[in-house]
Design a protein around this ligand. Structure first.
Ligand code: C5P
Length: 290
């Protein structure tokens, strides 16, 4: 009997090196400008032929029903192809959920690529970009990864040349932060920058300001102790996106162990930035008959 075909790929996540946030738009999203870069912390997705669409996940705390972005991406792609297509998808989760690292968005972009390969669809880049933008603000960025300046509500992506290869530490507090709630808190504070511009890319620090940081700290007071530890360990640190993850650059030797001792409830993850070529290589669907 013929074995079902299967394909797999990694879905690396991102950090926001810098995030500037502006006005609330009529569509309910905020205008933003951010410098994002992919990093080598990744989920893995595997998909095999099946009559129906179904998802399993090694992390039981994540929803595996139709609200999961992976299944929404799969359903949208099948709709766009105009066919009743199925797949059994398995998600191996390593990226902390609700951490401001875009893990769910990367999984969604990965699903589009993976199922286009499994179903042997020829989808144009424009169609992929449209599907991605309909799934979430960060999803279009994950079609190509690497380093990029994103704007609009996050859906306009301008690729940048690869930045320096950066060794980073992620300090991930043991609670998720809701992106929607952080943006609501930001809107209520009424502090808007005059101009949505990124810092000079040649500045000495790898990480820049995050306009959402005061809203994250106000909404989640438990963040304070983790931010305090990050600031004590390195002068170059930032909260990624809407939190809760804190990114440290240039931290001295021993910082990883010290943070793990001080915050046994947190995850401390050493990682590095991924160039566009590395990202595209890791996310290319591979496989065939198991
Ligand atoms: O697009 P995504 O589903 O990731 O966004 C989650 C929520 O975050 C949105 O529903 C919106 O409330 C908020 N958001 C925003 N402005 C953005 C991106 C997200 O207000 N640019």
């Amino acid at each position: 009997m013929r074995q079902p075909e299967s394909v797999s790929a990694d879905a690396p996540c991102k950090i926001n090196r810098e995030l500037r946030v502006g006005r609330l738009r009529p569509d309910g999203y905020h205008e933003l400008r951010s410098r994002m870069v992919t990093i080598d912390v990744a989920d893995t997705l595997r998909a095999e032929e099946c009559d129906v669409l179904e998802l399993s996940c090694d992390d039981p705390s994540l929803p595996s029903g139709p609200e999961n972005l992976v299944l929404r991406a799969a359903a949208r792609l099948a709709d766009a192809a105009g066919a009743r297509l199925g797949a059994k998808i398995h998600l191996e989760k390593r990226v902390p959920a609700g951490g401001g690292l875009g893990g769910g968005s990367s999984d969604a972009a990965c699903t589009l690529r993976l199922l286009a390969a499994l179903w042997k669809l020829s989808v144009s880049d424009d169609d992929l970009a449209r599907l991605a933008a309909g799934l979430g603000s960060d999803v279009p960025f994950f079609l190509r990864g690497g380093e990029a300046e994103v704007s609009g509500r996050g859906d306009r992506v301008a690729a940048l040349p690869d930045g320096p290869r950066a060794a980073l530490l992620l300090l991930v507090p043991p609670f998720p932060v809701s992106t929607a709630a952080v943006y609501r808190e930001f809107a209520g504070r009424g502090t808007l920058p005059e101009r949505l511009a990124l810092d000079d890319p040649d500045r000495a620090k790898y990480l820049g300001p995050n306009d959402l940081a005061p809203a994250v700290l106000a909404m989640e007071p438990r963040m304070g102790t983790y931010v305090h530890s990050a600031a004590a360990a390195a002068s170059d640190w930032v909260i990624s996106g809407s939190g809760a993850t804190i990114v440290l650059s240039g931290a001295p030797d021993g910082t990883l162990e010290a943070l793990r001792l001080r915050h046994p409830d947190a995850r401390v993850i050493p990682c590095r930035s991924l160039s566009r070529a590395e990202y595209l290589e890791r996310t290319r669907p591979t496989g065939g008959t198991p």
